[in-house]
Design a protein around this ligand. Structure first.
Ligand code: ZN
Length: 306
């Protein structure tokens, strides 16, 4: 285990999934995580969440790294690829198993849809109803974490005090999938712990899984990082970014004549670093970044970019 003395270093991370391009929401999260640690002299590391080998592609990850470098954000140290870390995740699973905190689950997607009334996995909205938790004869290849009951209190750098009951948000999370992939919650918690990450900046869509991940950290004896959940980037009319705008990244903006500097200016303005969106470098924004200046809600892209 690589673990750092708790109070010593500020270390942030950006951890995209290499399943597509980095869109505006991803780039805004990347910049906020980078600025937050740079403003305090900390380190920033990049991690590729390609643990889902069925959807991830190495070349997409390489392209994401190039986009970040083009915007002036470079990983301090080598980029970690989760697909290469199966042994670490196995070790963590074994340790949970020894503590009696794992159980097999043989629910199919169909079972879960019938039980929950809607797809539950991944969206954080429908908790796993615990169908296999209570079974006397437990079987199945997939493994779930036995979530301890009760409320989790945590601080969000942006949103302040938070209080959640993970059993009503995610329910017992899947840690190992029946297709043989380690699941997101396990990989993210193990990696943040082993990489000595002290702060996690990510989109508000992941706020609902934070309490679950904190429970998993506790079970694995890992340090709890600080969290910040940023408002999502929306279309200019405030609606959720659709397929069309979802493809809006560095390359699509370049086609519209938007330079990396203009994009950084808009992102910096959207994070409260600038009075107006004026072209700049990422380093120009560092001195002005502070969490209490970052707006809480969603942020709409300029209509001229659509
Ligand atoms: Zn089940």
């Amino acid at each position: 285990m690589v673990s750092l003395p708790p109070s010593v270093r500020i270390r942030g991370r950006f951890a995209p999934s290499p399943t597509g391009i980095l869109h505006l929401g991803n780039l805004r999260t990347a910049l906020a995580s980078w600025l937050s640690v740079r403003a305090r002299g900390g380190e920033w590391i990049l991690r590729m969440e390609d643990v889902d080998t069925t959807r991830s592609r190495r070349e997409l990850g390489e392209a994401q790294i190039r986009d970040l470098v083009a915007l002036g954000m470079e990983s301090d140290g080598p980029v970690l690829w989760q697909s290469e870390r199966g042994d670490c995740y196995r070790e963590a699973l074994d340790s949970l198993d020894r503590k009696g905190l794992l159980y097999p689950c043989d629910c199919s997607r169909k079972d879960l849809a019938l039980l929950a009334g809607a797809p539950h996995e991944g969206d954080g909205l429908r908790p796993y109803p615990g169908r296999c938790r209570a079974k006397a004869a437990r079987e199945g290849r997939a493994m779930r974490f036995l979530l301890p009951p009760g409320r989790v209190l945590w601080q969000d750098l942006l949103l302040g005090s938070q209080s959640d009951e993970p059993e009503h948000l995610t329910g017992d999370p899947l840690l190992f999938r029946r297709d043989g992939c380690y699941a997101y919650h396990l990989a993210v918690v193990v990696d943040d712990g082993e990489q000595g990450v002290t702060e996690v900046v990510r989109g508000a869509d992941l706020r609902a899984v934070t309490a679950t991940q904190i429970r998993l950290q506790e079970a694995l004896g890992l340090r709890r990082p600080d969290y910040a959940h940023l408002g999502l980037v929306t279309s200019s009319d405030g609606s959720r970014l659709g397929k069309r705008d979802g493809g809006l990244g560095l390359a699509a903006l370049a086609e519209r004549g938007i330079s990396p500097g203009e994009l950084l200016g808009w992102l910096g303005w959207s994070l409260g670093c600038l009075e107006a969106p004026e072209p700049c470098l990422a380093t120009d924004l560092v001195h002005a970044f502070a969490w209490d200046r970052v707006p809480h809600g969603p942020i709409a892209i300029p209509s001229s970019w659509e």
